[in-house]
Design a protein around this ligand. Structure first.
Ligand code: AMP
Length: 546
């Protein structure tokens, strides 16, 4: 497929607003496209260059893109930047600037979809002193051979933001439609493979394989997630539950096959090199080839520490007395996905747990199974007293659902604090929300009423509120810089958070952990927002309680 054809399909899809019609259009393409191009097409349509299990990056940000484009159109980089600033959408700017240049072009090579992909791979893999230069040259080659519409999608792909509304759900529906495969089968294969490109390819070439898919060592799958809920509600629905401590650490997925082991973060980035002690502990404790799920916590003087503290302590470890600051990183494992090549995610949790305790000589998180609200309540308070965030309640007879944030895992933790902050800007959303503000920039004030950025918030805002907020803020935009806009700062949000942290990333000197939109405080104006002084007080209160 020529890249031009891909761009034209994207342009067609971008204009479709119905999800159903979008899936139909994609299904038609999936049926006709040659099998060897299908995986790349699927990833590209979602703005992905690599499979979802891969943490590989193109290493090519907006600034380099502007530089490459400036070279191609024979202008200064500042010219491109100012065009992007006044439009806000890099794709359209690239399209417009390439269109102006087009008259001067005599020769150009036709870009092929697979060739573009191969060049992206070489960009990602290029290493060493000259790698930036090489990546720049590749981008220049691609842009200089791109027609305006190709430039539009090429640049969005480079920035990994397609803005055409094709999300996971639409692709899954399209695969299901195109090849007549039940939605559950597509979903299940996707959970295990964590790459819709491969799912689509199997659906086209070997649909029977979709039922037999296995999780592959060293291709991490998404982690199962939790929702907030109540002990009473969970017991009413399920009768009997497993309760575990909710550790305040960092989630991991550990893979071991023979002598080889790797550990991945919640974002599926490989952390093997930065957590050698954790890898060594888990490798020694796992008596089989496994993929296990867990949380790594930090222990100081026998007590769990908030993970933020750990990171801070680790960074300063050379300046302090090692004997005084003994930080131990300890894994707590609570689930098993694969054992000796066998994928276990469809087994009930109680059976997986049994296997987990058989194959691990250590580090299995303690668990209590109970149907009594009083017992679970007591377990919850004991968990808090021991320095945990709360407890997790898990349904015993259910599968492991990678990437699912459902009602099978429920977190129970104390109510979060809330804080009132001014909204000083926002970033455009992604996918379907591309024409809405997605995340909001928040600020507190100093003693002179100067606004100081402290956090961003994107969670806790439902679709209806997003559109209310769009209407509210669209006339308050005072400047645009790339994907970010600044607002007249006269709107106040009440925001929940789990912990106030010291931070050098924000001018306020603090950051909010797990910020969550609670409500619009249209009864308040910016003068009434949180001051630095009261933040200091909050911070010291919080640490006293610890
Ligand atoms: P939250 O991040 O508040 O949505 O809570 C879910 C997170 O709690 C998971 O992603 C894990 O990182 C963490 N967690 C801590 N302890 C457990 C546990 N016993 N089981 C599952 N997740 C846990």
């Amino acid at each position: 497929m020529r890249f031009l054809e891909f761009a034209e399909i994207c342009s067609r899809i971008e204009k479709i607003s119905s999800r159903l019609a979008m899936a139909d259009a994609l299904a038609g393409v999936f049926q006709t496209i040659p099998a060897e191009e299908l995986s790349v097409f699927v990833r590209f349509a979602r703005g992905r260059i690599f499979p979802d299990w891969s943490a590989e990056k193109l290493m090519f940000g907006p600034s380099l893109l502007y530089e490459a484009l400036a070279y191609v159109i024979g202008k200064k980089k500042e010219y491109v930047i100012s065009a992007v600033n006044s439009s806000g959408d890099t794709g359209s700017v690239v399209e417009g600037l390439l269109a102006k240049r087009e008259q001067m072009m005599f020769f150009s090579e036709e870009l092929e979809l697979m060739d573009v992909h191969a060049r992206f791979l070489s960009m990602a893999q290029s290493q060493g002193r000259r790698s930036q230069q090489e990546r720049l040259r590749t981008a220049q080659y691609l842009l200089s051979n791109a027609s305006p519409i190709e430039g539009r999608y090429l640049s969005r792909l480079i920035l990994e933001e397609m803005r055409i509304g094709v999300g996971e759900g639409v692709v899954k529906d399209a695969v299901s439609k195109a090849f007549g495969i039940p939605a559950e089968t597509v979903e299940h294969a996707h959970q295990a493979l964590n790459d819709l490109g491969e799912v689509a390819l199997l659906a086209k070439t070997a649909p029977e394989e979709l039922l037999k898919v296995h999780i592959t060592p060293f291709k991490p799958v998404k982690m199962m997630l939790a929702q907030a809920g109540s002990i009473k509600g969970m017991l009413e629905t399920h009768g009997m539950l497993a309760a575990e401590n909710k550790y305040d650490g960092s989630r991991f997925q550990f893979h071991k096959t023979g002598d080889k082991a790797a550990i991945y973060s919640r974002r599926l980035e490989e952390m093997t090199e930065s957590l050698p002690d954790v890898v060594a502990k888990l490798s020694a404790a796992a008596t089989h080839d496994v993929i296990i799920d867990g949380e790594v916590i930090a222990i100081l003087n026998g007590k769990p520490m908030p993970f933020q503290t750990v990171l801070r302590r680790i960074r300063r470890k050379h300046d302090i007395d090692a004997a005084q600051e003994q930080i131990e990183l300890r894994p707590c494992v609570f689930d098993i996905l694969v054992c000796d090549g066998k994928t276990l995610i469809d087994l009930p949790f109680s059976e997986r747990r049994k296997i987990l305790t058989e194959v691990m000589t250590d580090y299995v998180a303690p668990q209590m199974v109970s149907s009594s609200a009083d017992e679970i309540e007591a377990y919850y308070h004991a968990a808090l007293d021991a320095g945990n965030e709360g407890i997790m309640l898990k349904v015993l007879d259910t599968p492991y659902l990678p990437g699912n944030r459902g009602k099978l895992w429920i977190k129970i933790k104390p109510e979060v604090d809330t804080i009132d902050l001014a909204v000083t800007g926002a970033e455009w959303g992604e996918g379907k929300r591309a024409k809405m503000f997605g995340s909001f920039i928040l600020a507190c004030q100093d003693e002179n009423g100067e606004l100081l950025e402290i956090s961003r918030v994107a969670t806790g805002i439902d679709d209806a509120m997003l559109s209310t907020l769009y209407d509210l803020f669209k006339d308050r935009v005072v400047a645009e810089h790339g994907k970010t806009v600044s607002f007249e700062p006269d709107v106040v949000f009440e925001v929940g958070y789990a912990e106030l942290q010291r931070s050098t990333n924000y001018p306020a000197g603090y950051a909010l952990r797990f910020p969550r939109f609670v409500r619009l405080r249209d009864d308040k104006d910016a003068g009434e927002i949180e001051t630095i002084e009261s933040l200091h007080r909050r911070y010291s209160m919080q640490n006293k309680e610890e």
